[in-house]
Ligand binder design. Structure first.
Ligand SMILES: *Cc1c(COP(=O)(O)O)cnc(C)c1O
Length: 424
């Protein structure tokens, strides 16, 4: 598509965008009485309208029914998490018994590693992407120690080629092959939080399996950003958070995927609790753990209702719209952002170094940009102009135009603000 850097062009794209009205369903923070230009949906998604009423509903039901709310509440608390199975499965391309909502992301990653990181003999290495989210790396290291291993002996961080920001597919696949029978686990982010690179998950999974290793993904920046087919790709396990692209509020409940071939295996090692126990006999309160034949077997505690309310509303929006349509818009919206950044660079001479791949197949909606000569104060300067972006040390701003609620006009206006700042 031929883009233009002007307001009426951006507005015409919005006018032709069937998803544009979805924006009305979200609450935008205000700056000086006007909605901000919000580009940090990759960090904390906006609040869907209706969350407050839904929270009040649970408070009212608790007041009205007390313990009986487990069965009498409008949204029964007993089995509350089961209501997510359909939407979560659709979101990540899974069967309903392969997904469960529980805990939060890093907790879930650690729980899954208990099962899927089983170092044995020389097969004990964990391969992960360059510059993973630190929480993941801490989890890998702590799991190594749990097995009496020295993290520096078993953690393998993939490095890009000299002078490059992203990992090449052929290099990843080659590294997996090279590690061969020393490799216990490959665990990448689906989309890297820093560079915004989207990894070829299907091929990574196949390569890991060919090497005899397990393969899992942290989908914090992937779920709700790009379509996924975890079941068909044969991924062993995955986890994600719901407060970023999934708009479910700060610290909201996490999601877990465990492939069908594993959920049927009762003998897998896992940390157990009563909510993972066979539902039919759970309340006989017997001493022996009998795992459910679903991802729920990994959940230990009863559902944190208040931490799930917003997700119910948000996930319904994804189910209604579908990831394919969101992705279709997202590719164009991010391409427009790229075009606008190029225009700003051309007009102002300010160097804007993109570290996100140019190929839409290798990125989600986020663009990470090194703004040559600026430091983190730039984020505050932008905020004073009503623009919300975030900064990642040492020198990167991340911009995430989210197809659910960002418009082409937002992107154009961001360009205008940047131009004004850089021209000085
Ligand atoms: C956001 C993010 C986290 C945060 O972990 P929490 O347990 O939700 O605090 C972890 N890993 C990745 C890859 C992330 O992007």
């Amino acid at each position: 598509m031929d883009f233009q850097y002007d307001l009426s062009f951006a507005q015409s794209l919005d006018a032709n965008d069937a998803l544009a009205p979805l924006r009305q369903r979200f609450l935008f923070p205000q700056h000086e009485g006007k909605p901000v230009l919000y580009f940090t949906g990759n960090s904390l998604g906006l609040q869907p309208k209706g969350v407050k009423d839904a929270l009040i509903q649970e408070c009212d039901d608790w007041a009205k029914y007390g313990v009986e709310g487990h069965f009498l509440a409008k949204n029964q608390w007993y089995g509350y998490h089961e209501a997510f199975a359909h939407g979560a499965a659709k979101l990540v391309g899974a069967q309903e018994h392969e997904v469960v909502m529980m805990n939060q992301l890093t907790v879930n990653l650690n729980l899954l590693l208990i099962t899927f990181y089983q170092p044995q003999g020389k097969r004990r290495k964990i391969l992960f992407e360059c510059r993973p989210f630190p929480s993941d790396q801490y989890a890998f290291a702590s799991q190594a120690r749990l097995h009496g291993l020295e993290p520096s002996d078993v953690l393998v961080e993939m490095q890009p080629r000299q002078g490059e920001y992203n990992l090449r597919k052929e290099d990843i696949l080659q590294k997996i092959e090279e590690l061969g029978d020393e490799l216990a686990l490959v665990c990448f982010g689906g989309v890297n939080y820093f560079t915004g690179q989207l990894f070829p998950m299907q091929e990574i999974t196949a390569a890991a399996h060919a090497a005899g290793a397990m393969c899992g993904f942290d989908l914090a920046h992937t779920a709700g950003n790009v379509p996924l087919q975890l079941h068909a790709w044969g991924v062993d396990f995955a986890c994600w958070c719901t407060y970023k692209y999934l708009n479910s509020g700060p610290g909201s409940v996490g999601g877990v995927f465990v492939h069908d071939r594993h959920v049927k295996n009762k003998s897998l090692l896992r940390l157990a609790g009563w909510w993972g126990h066979n539902k039919d006999t759970r309340f006989q309160m017997g001493p022996d753990f009998d795992p459910m034949l679903s991802a729920e077997a990994w959940s230990m505690s009863n559902a944190p209702i208040f931490n799930m309310v917003a997700h119910r509303i948000s996930l319904d929006i994804f189910t209604e719209v579908g990831m394919e349509r969101l992705r279709e818009k997202s590719i164009v919206l991010t391409a427009y952002l790229e075009f606008v950044l190029n225009a700003v660079q051309e007009r102002t001479g300010q160097k804007l170094i993109r570290i996100t791949p140019q190929d839409p197949e290798q990125r989600g909606c986020q663009l990470s940009v090194i703004v040559d000569g600026y430091d983190r104060k730039l984020v505050h300067t932008l905020y004073e102009q009503g623009v919300v972006v975030d900064w990642r040390e040492p020198d990167v701003i991340r911009l995430a135009p989210v197809p659910l609620y960002n418009s082409f006009e937002d992107v154009f206006r961001l360009g205008q603000v940047l131009e004004k700042i850089f021209v000085r």
